[in-house]
Design a protein around this ligand. Structure first.
Ligand code: PLP
Length: 452
């Protein structure tokens, strides 16, 4: 094994680096995959093997690698003003421009934007805004946040609590108090026999209504949700879901935070997932494709009415005591601004719409394969769920093993995907070429045949 070679990069990685989302003991055994270069929609490892990035990194490198305009935007800003902050009335010009541009394309009626560095920080910040807002209105009881089983909102203490995936809670002593999880809109897995999509959506909305009533509407502040669940298994909302859920939230005066960290910036075929699914959010969080992942940056947007209540309170206290050293980093803002310009010039959402059938139909060709439980997707995001028995919807035991094997076979065939508990995710850069989509689909098909 390469990492057994003394002082090799792989051996040094095993010796010194604790990897995120990695089985630490398995890593000691197998060592890392060292990715050294990226160009367009491909990356290369340290042995020179090239891979198509079927996952845009972690759902984020929307413009692929080596985008010269983004590199130049970063370089220009680094030379001009490498760092300044936005605390206490200061601001670098690139942040002013980004704020105006972002609010210009935001879904719903967003009036103000704040910045952070990651999706987790953005969602933590959104929770703090919601708490602060309700305190400002004198509704000190109204603090609980509802998210959904299988939802993914990050890994910090608050956002990790909002995440509805057991592994993210287990042995981290999460979730924190005040977080509730409601049902997941996974029609294929959760609907009763013979239940229509509309009826299933109604059942979930009724369940949400009951949860809010049981908790007491005066204690429930907000619901956070991804328009399409990503890391929870690429779960596409069934017909009527968002309309019914929003009606329940409105009835109980519960805010809706749309987590657009994956869906934002064209992924679902519209600029934001909210637009694809008719969602009118009160707050929006985004990250990842905001800068095409060239530098870390995330944003939290809110309706003007929320801002006004918060602003009154900051005036009473004399400050809004929240913000990161790197909230609105000028280099990140300059790169994000250039990214948004490129999206507009390319009409990135239209590109995702146009390429969508190529990916979705390509994958659906495997829907009848004995290992495939369901193929689902929208725009340029898709998931293929693997099941031991389709008829009874029996998962593999242990869950994740077959998906992990398939994932590894795809990598052997030069395509990087991501296995999430036996759902293989597909989320290529939005600049992917049709021919590369064909290669992704073909590698997946080959791996499937080798596995069965
Ligand atoms: N929200 C969603 C929908 C995500 O998919 C992710 C990460 O994948 C996050 C939040 C957390 O973002 P980060 O890993 O940048 O903290």
């Amino acid at each position: 094994m390469q990492h057994d070679r003394p002082n090799s990069p792989a051996a040094r990685d095993v010796a010194y680096h604790f990897h995120p989302y990695t089985d630490a003991r398995a890593h000691e055994e197998q060592g890392p995959l060292i990715i050294t270069k990226g160009a367009g929609c491909t990356v290369t490892d340290d042995s020179g093997k090239q891979y198509i990035e079927g996952m845009a990194g972690l759902w984020c490198t929307a413009l692929g690698y080596g985008q010269e305009r983004l590199i130049q935007a970063a370089e220009r800003q680094l030379r001009e003003l490498a760092y300044y902050h936005s605390f206490a009335h200061k601001v670098p010009p690139s942040v002013i421009e980004l704020s105006e541009t972002l609010l210009g394309i935001a879904p719903g009626k967003m009036g103000k934007v704040a910045y952070a560095n990651s999706g987790s920080e953005a969602n933590d910040t959104a929770v703090k805004f919601v708490w602060y807002y309700n305190n400002a209105l004198g509704r000190r009881e109204k603090k609980k946040i509802i998210s959904r089983k299988r939802g993914y909102h990050g890994i910090t203490i608050a956002s990790g609590s909002l995440t509805g995936i057991p592994k993210n809670h287990l042995d981290f002593d999460l979730p924190i108090e005040g977080v509730r999880h409601t049902g997941c809109p996974h029609y294929h897995a959760e609907a009763h026999a013979g239940e229509s999509e509309e009826a299933f959506s109604q059942r979930l909305a009724d369940e949400l209504d009951q949860l809010i009533q049981d908790e007491g509407p005066e204690t429930v502040a907000a619901m956070i949700a991804e328009p399409v669940m990503g890391a929870g298994g690429v779960v596409i909302p069934p017909a009527g879901y968002w309309k019914k859920v929003q009606a329940v939230l409105k009835k109980h005066d519960v805010l809706l935070i749309a987590d657009e960290v994956i869906c934002g910036f064209g992924r679902t075929g519209q600029m934001f997932g909210c637009q694809t699914f008719g969602i009118e959010p009160d707050m929006v969080t985004c990250a990842k494709a905001l800068s095409s992942a060239y530098v870390p940056i995330s944003a939290i947007m809110m309706r003007d009415e929320i801002y006004q209540a918060i602003a009154d309170n900051t005036h009473k206290i004399g400050t809004f005591a929240h913000g990161f050293t790197y909230s609105g980093h000028p280099v990140a803002a300059a790169v994000a601004l250039e990214t948004l310009k490129i999206y507009e010039e390319m009409d990135i959402a239209a590109r995702a719409r146009d390429l969508s059938p190529h990916l979705q139909d390509g994958l659906r060709a495997y829907a009848d394969h004995p290992l495939v439980g369901e193929v689902r997707g929208v725009g340029l995001i898709a998931g293929v769920e693997l099941l031991a028995d389709k008829a009874t919807r029996t998962p593999f035991d242990p869950v994740g093993k077959v998906g992990g094997y398939l994932d590894a076979r795809c990598r052997d065939h030069g395509v990087i995907l991501r296995n999430m508990g036996d759902t293989l995710a597909f989320c290529p850069p939005l600049v992917i070429e049709p021919k590369q989509i064909d290669e992704i689909v073909a590698a997946f098909g080959r791996a499937l045949e080798e596995t069965w």
